[in-house]
Design a protein. Sequence first.
Length: 211
Amino acid sequence: MRLYLVRHGETGSNIIGALDTAIPGADLSEAGLRQAIQLVDRFRDIPIDALFASTLGRTHQTLEPLAKATGLTPTVLDGLREIGAGTYEMRTDEDAVIGYMTAVGSWILGDTSVRMPGGETGEEFLTRYDDAVKTIVASGAETAILVSHGAAIRTWVGHRCDLTDWDGAAFSSLPNTGSIELEGTIDDWKIVSWTRRPVEELDPYRDRDSS
């Protein structure tokens, strides 16, 4: 199976640096809406069988142009939602951002017992994201796109893929509409490409390829 994990387009909360993780979340900004449209060109020549979104509205808005272009109806999976910010929700101050990223960083480094203050542990996060990906694999799609969230995508990929050739990418911010392309099965995923720029800046489309 080929699986594309795409971060949603830019939102108003992204612009101000707010830790916006609760449902329904902020809408896409004007730039985010443009990014969503540009994703149609990004995937124009790729035969997509299924689309998946998290429970936050910005992922639905990001997928809307692709859904219209492909005729596919996105499936919403709660497990794809962002890592909850807990007591840091909607804060923009440095202490909150550092606290949030410290917890996420601990998970990426392997200590999944750490709990986000007022939120979930890394183990709880990985369980729900794994369940969502299992549902995607069970759909029978050969190629699927899931639109999710930056910290969630990086953390899950950091645990389920070999990052040897990817220069600490799991610790680098995944930009809005940045994507990671995987190939494999539920128990064995390989990174094919890791796009570290927004879709509107890509030329060529793949910023880096493992080959």
